[in-house]
Design a protein around this ligand. Structure first.
Ligand SMILES: *Cc1c(COP(=O)(O)O)cnc(C)c1O
Length: 379
């Protein structure tokens, strides 16, 4: 009888012993808790987590254990998931477009903050949510560059509209705040400062003193270059000081990607190798690599033979296909992989915790990605 530990030391130790022929995600709770601590010690305000990046129960539980008290939710299903774990965490409903039924359920589940980006959406809140003790944040939109892709086209109100909306929030009796989202995988501190300056300007023009300013998510994860989160925090803090002076609002941030990316590594196996050098993996863009066509592949990859030994050969560019019968199931750029790669070898991609399990499909019968808990995702 074989006895497997419930927590493995590393991905490598599990792969060598188990030799799975399906993709595996390796979850390192310690890495998640360390990142939560890094945000909480570096960011001068309330650190919340954007549940959509990865809504696994173990992720939410570990964040709560690490001291995260507030979560950014986008739907009643995410709220129910949280409420099943904790009756006391605070929820910020920052998807600014909602049906009336969704608003009613949010109010029942105790949402304490809602974002809005238009008068018609505020009108729905006014109708359904009693304003006492409830915050409404006006979401600003600007044409800002610096992120892998920005959300400004779909959501947000421009500065003139935001002035009127902020005044209407106060008239309705809600606690006034502002928010923005600089776009995801954003490595440029200037993206935040432009938004912060404009929020201060909007508040001044509206004659409203903001209780809080939510600077969104969008913090970059390690995609080849380790992000300098502390430099981004410093830029945010100094932009807020410069823009607001003595009337500085309380700060909130809501990272998704940067909080959870490092907590998971994804192991895939080479199913087939073509004469031309291209390879087929047992996971692709309908699975853990759903984001690859939009923002590229995480380029920290370890290759190993099934017995755990490393390849020594030089790296060559290889076209990489996923397992489904769809021809778009292909990674956007060739990956640099060993010349000696063979069928059955494993590729381990680090930093795969965000927008991987959350967006996986079961297309063609694939997409059942097993999760194994490990002490560390580094060997
Ligand atoms: C998606 C989202 C986030 C998290 O974005 P990341 O890029 O994953 O940090 C935060 N806030 C809002 C409103 C979002 O829609």
């Amino acid at each position: 009888m074989s006895r497997h530990p419930s927590i493995w030391p590393t991905a490598l130790s599990h792969l060598k012993s188990d030799r799975p022929d399906h993709p595996v995600l390796y979850f390192a709770p310690q890495a998640l808790q360390d990142t939560a601590c890094r945000f909480q010690s570096g960011f001068d305000g309330l650190v919340t987590y954007a549940v959509k990046a990865n809504d696994a129960r173990v992720v939410l539980e570990n964040l709560i254990a690490a001291g995260i008290t507030t979560f950014d939710v986008a739907s009643p299903a995410e709220m129910r998931k949280l409420r099943a774990i904790s009756a006391t965490v605070d929820m910020h409903y920052n998807n600014p477009v909602r049906s009336r039924a969704e608003i009613a359920e949010a109010a029942k589940l105790g949402v304490v903050s809602y974002s809005v980006d238009g008068m018609s959406e505020l009108a729905k809140l006014v109708e359904i949510v009693p304003p006492e003790g409830v915050e409404v944040t006006v979401r600003l939109r600007l044409p800002v560059k610096g992120a892998a892709y920005d959300f400004g086209e779909k959501f947000g109100e421009d500065p003139d509209g935001a002035v009127k909306l902020l005044q209407a929030v106060v008239e309705a009796g809600f606690t006034p705040a502002m928010t923005f989202h600089p776009g995801t995988q954003c490595a440029d501190p200037a993206a935040w400062s432009v938004y912060i300056d404009t929020c201060a300007d909007v508040a001044r023009r509206a004659g409203v003193s903001l209780t809080r300013l939510n600077v969104g998510g969008g913090f970059a994860a390690n995609r080849g270059v380790a992000p300098d989160l502390e430099a981004i925090f410093a830029a945010i803090h100094s932009a807020v000081r410069d823009a607001f002076g003595d009337t500085r609002p309380g700060l909130v941030c809501e990272p998704g990607r940067a909080m959870v990316a490092e907590a998971y590594a994804l192991a895939t196996q080479v199913k087939s190798l073509r004469d031309c050098g291209s390879i087929f993996l047992n996971d692709g863009i309908y699975g853990g690599f759903a984001e690859a066509p939009l923002i590229g592949v995480v380029d920290r990859i370890t290759t190993m033979k099934p017995d755990g030994t490393a390849h020594q050969a030089p790296l060559v560019p290889r076209v990489v296909y996923g397992p489904t019968c769809d021809s778009v199931d292909r990674l956007p750029d060739p990956l640099m992989l060993p010349e000696t790669l063979e069928e059955g070898d494993y590729l381990i991609f680090e930093g795969m915790g965000a927008y991987s399990t959350a967006t996986v499909t079961r297309f063609n019968g694939y997409g059942a990605i097993r999760v194994i808990t490990v002490q560390s995702n580094h060997d």
